[in-house]
Design a protein. Structure first.
Length: 115
């Protein structure tokens, strides 16, 4: 089992920076990847960024050059640094881990970008 807890969501204005955190605990051996997803109102959940077991990262086009995923070590939190926020970034943000063919999800943290 893997447990994930997100934090850092807030009501913010467009532009500026915000950092989300994800605390990961439980069976950390053989986690193949961890990442961030988001779900906007009325839309399907979509991937945002992922960090693989070897440390390589990938960011989807919608957040490229604005968001940065990071995690230093298997027992450390995972972060999503959100810069230059846009209204369309409004969503519930979830962190997830893939281990032994199974995906584990956190409960999510709400980010609302509004002027």
């Amino acid at each position: 089992q893997v447990q994930l807890v997100e934090s850092g969501g807030a009501l913010v204005q467009p532009g500026g920076s915000l950092r989300l955190s994800c605390t990961i605990s439980g069976s950390l051996v053989d986690i193949r990847a961890t990442g961030w997803h988001r779900q906007a109102p009325g839309k399907e959940r979509e991937p945002v960024a992922i960090v693989l077991k070897d440390g390589n990262t990938h960011h989807w086009d919608s957040v490229m050059a604005r968001f940065t995923i990071s995690r230093v070590g298997a027992k450390r939190p995972m972060y999503l640094q959100m810069n230059n926020r846009k209204v369309e970034d409004t969503a519930v943000y979830y962190c997830a881990s893939i281990r032994a063919g199974q995906t584990y999800w956190g409960q999510g943290t709400q980010v609302t970008v509004s002027s």
